[in-house]
Design a protein around this ligand. Structure first.
Ligand SMILES: [Zn+2]
Length: 332
């Protein structure tokens, strides 16, 4: 049994309260590799931002859960070494799908877990979430739950269609489950292909796809029902078109990759939305830098030669999100 407190991590409680009151959102960046972890910490320290480092089932399968936990511990020490006296770093389980996996993470030093019962019937979702909340709160770990279903594919989480969260259910769900934050479905979507061509319009200037707007009316009604309650948006990468273009220019093939426009995420950040999940944008930033590097330096074979620009490009993207989209800079 390792408490996250011994590792210097924090839970989300105070962080979310400040974010809701301050009209900004905390970045929740997924990580699988050392380079991602370094880039996240460098960006958070430079911008004086709290940050959530999150681990999906796919990340645990790829990198090993124990290694990722030690990397999060390393992230805290690295932040201090970079001059941050009091880093606010959360280690969060993304899309936990059972009580057992949540318990295992809590016992191994995670400071926050998500239990995703959104695919279950309503009453079963409440019962599963409540069970996780009881165990987590006994260890001062915070719990994110999900109500409503997002479309798209993210590691092993996938759904063909989305079901918007029903505002009339949120009070009952959050009260009875005891969750600390609630992930909702208002039109965001997992992955780098969030919308089909049919769902989008085409910008006549650029020929690029313009996705349908988020359901801000549903978000407003949820806020009405649950004033001040921390709301989470999954699937909120914006799929930067300059990165997609770089990938395609240097041998990649990502036709019609499209994400959530940043001005909509900025608007959401100013509401009770206090955690915004970003994963695909990091993948795109890394891949764009590596493809470009290989094309321009065909003789390179030392991974440090191409992982360094990949790390720099991810850091640039993280800084941009913190400062220009989420507004979580200068909050430490
Ligand atoms: Zn998600």
């Amino acid at each position: 049994m390792t408490s996250y407190k011994e590792l210097g991590l924090v839970n989300t409680r105070e962080m979310f309260a400040k974010a809701v009151a301050g009209g900004y959102a905390i970045p929740a960046f997924n990580f699988n590799t050392m380079e991602q972890m370094q880039a996240i910490v460098q960006a958070a320290v430079e911008c004086k931002s709290p940050v959530i480092m999150q681990v999906s089932k796919g990340a645990r399968a790829y990198a090993n859960g124990t290694i990722l936990r030690y990397m999060a511990q390393g992230a805290v020490e690295y932040a201090k070494e970079l001059g941050c006296e009091n880093p606010q770093i959360v280690l969060h389980l993304d899309h936990g799908d059972s009580f057992e996996i949540c318990k295992e993470c809590i016992d191994n030093g995670f400071s926050s877990v998500m239990i995703d019962g959104s695919h279950l019937p309503y009453e079963e979702n409440i019962a599963l979430t409540k069970k996780v909340v009881e165990y987590a709160h006994a260890h001062d770990v915070t719990v994110e739950a999900e109500l409503g279903v997002l479309a798209g594919v993210e590691d092993e989480v996938s759904s063909e269609v989305s079901h918007y969260t029903k505002p009339e259910e949120v009070v009952d769900f959050s009260t009875r489950s005891g969750c600390d934050s609630l992930a909702i479905s208002i039109g965001t979507s997992h992955g780098a292909y969030k919308f089909t061509r049919e769902q989008c319009t085409v910008d006549p200037q650029t020929g690029k796809l313009v996705p349908p707007p988020l359901a801000f009316d549903i978000l407003a009604e949820i806020e009405n029902q649950l004033p001040g309650f921390p709301i989470v948006l999954h699937g909120s990468s914006s799929v930067p078109q300059d990165e997609v273009d770089t990938i395609n220019q240097f041998g990649g093939k990502l036709p019609d990759a499209v994400g959530i426009p940043e001005e909509q995420l900025r608007k959401a950040s100013e509401s009770a939305v206090c955690k915004i999940n970003i994963d695909s944008d990091s993948r795109l930033a890394m891949t764009a830098a590596i493809r470009k590097h290989f094309a321009e330096n065909p003789g390179h074979f030392d991974p440090r030669q191409y992982l360094k620009p990949a790390r720099e490009n991810m850091k640039k993207m993280y800084v941009h999100k913190i400062v220009n989209v989420l507004g979580s800079n200068d909050k430490l």
